[in-house]
Design a protein around this ligand. Structure first.
Ligand SMILES: Nc1nc2c(c(=O)[nH]1)N[C@H]1C(S)=C(S)[C@@H](COP(=O)(O)O)O[C@H]1N2
Ligand SMILES: [Mo]
Length: 337
């Protein structure tokens, strides 16, 4: 199976550059119009050489820190073992058990012909194969913390691409306020989707998730195609799954077959199933407990002894507040859990 593609077509890269430049321009223009004046600084007159140099250094340092934080290289020493990442899973389409998905997914090996239907408020709607998608983006490794709402966590080296880069290439229109994702619905491949598999407990299939467009465009938001340098195993959401590291794990929907740009807030499967326990936002927050347990700390899984790891403090936004905190300014995070 050909898993990774580094193809970047000239025209698509240009599209993306134009998109970001335009955004920058609009943001800057917005500031100037808002304040009604252009500072001497902007005209490049007021600063002496010394100040300019220092500013540059500080800027470079900040950019460096930001890059480190996004790529997660600082987490390299905390990596959860490959065995634990691929044998302790939540994937209810296979099983409610943690260990069983790794067994039951052995024959689920989708390849680059996997289809994703792009629709809604977007210019370039249509059915794309994974191969088509990977031609429009470049892939990289990102090491992220993963915090499940059940209060266990891992540190995972994903491989994939920044979702914002794909979104820019797809060109959503101005009505697109949210992005909706759906998992494959096929009970032949996913035994958990057969009626009665879980007795009285069930989820409404297909598993559906959503983000605001700003959340989806955030540089942290990632689409994984691989883990630990290999293509994604079935149990981890092959061949394409979302990774939103500042939110509880259930937002990171697996085996995606549809991406829709919508005006209205999409359904989130767990929010639909148990609205008092699971919100749409689902930001990791040590100050807002689950109705049945505390979220103040977590069990960090490091190796094959899944349950034997001591408790560590849960961080606000799972430690990514610098990069995402501004998305929630003015929002009551207790109400919008
Ligand atoms: N389609 C689908 N996506 C899903 C789930 C699921 O059951 N079905 N489980 C979620 C939960 S609760 C978590 S914690 C993560 C787990 O990802 P991992 O098994 O790769 O660690 O996947 C999320 N994505
Ligand atoms: Mo989870």
């Amino acid at each position: 199976m050909k898993a990774f593609q580094f193809n970047e077509k000239e025209s698509q890269i240009t599209d993306e550059k134009v998109f970001w430049n335009r955004r920058d321009f609009i943001q800057k223009a917005g500031i100037f119009v808002g304040s009604g004046l252009i500072s001497a600084n902007v005209l490049g007159q007021s600063e002496n050489e010394e100040g300019t140099k220092q500013d540059k250094l500080i800027k470079q340092k900040k950019a460096q820190l930001l890059t480190n934080q996004i790529s997660g290289k600082d987490l390299k020493s905390e990596l959860t073992s490959e065995y634990a990442v691929t044998h302790h899973n939540n994937f209810y389409e296979f099983s409610l058990d943690k260990k069983e998905p790794s067994e039951l997914a052995k024959n689920f090996n989708p390849d680059l012909s996997w289809q994703v239907k792009i629709g809604g408020e977007v210019e370039k709607s249509g059915i794309y194969t994974l191969e088509d998608i990977l031609k429009r983006v470049s892939q990289e490794e990102r090491i992220y913390r993963l915090r499940c709402v059940e209060a266990w966590s891992m540190v995972v080296p994903w491989y994939g691409f920044q979702l914002g880069h794909l979104i820019a290439a797809l060109k959503p229109n101005s009505n697109a306020r949210y992005v909706e994702f759906k998992t494959l619905h096929d009970s032949k491949q996913f035994p958990g989707q057969k009626r009665g598999t879980f007795g009285s407990f069930s989820l409404p299939w297909p598993y559906t998730e959503g983000l605001t467009i700003a959340e989806a465009m955030n540089p942290l938001t990632f689409m994984a195609t691989g883990v630990y340098g290999k293509s994604l195993p079935g149990q981890n959401g092959a061949p394409l799954r979302l990774v939103v590291p500042w939110k509880y794990g259930f937002k990171s929907i697996k085996s995606i077959v549809a991406i829709n740009f919508t005006k209205e807030q999409p359904v989130s499967t767990w929010n639909q199933r148990l609205p008092q326990e699971y919100g749409f936002y689902a930001n990791v927050n040590p100050d807002v407990d689950h109705p049945r347990w505390s979220q103040a700390s977590e069990r960090r899984i490091t190796n094959e002894s899944f349950w034997g790891v001591k408790k560590i403090k849960t961080l606000m936004f799972n430690g990514y507040g610098d990069l995402v905190g501004n998305l929630y300014k003015g929002l009551d995070l207790k109400k919008n859990y």
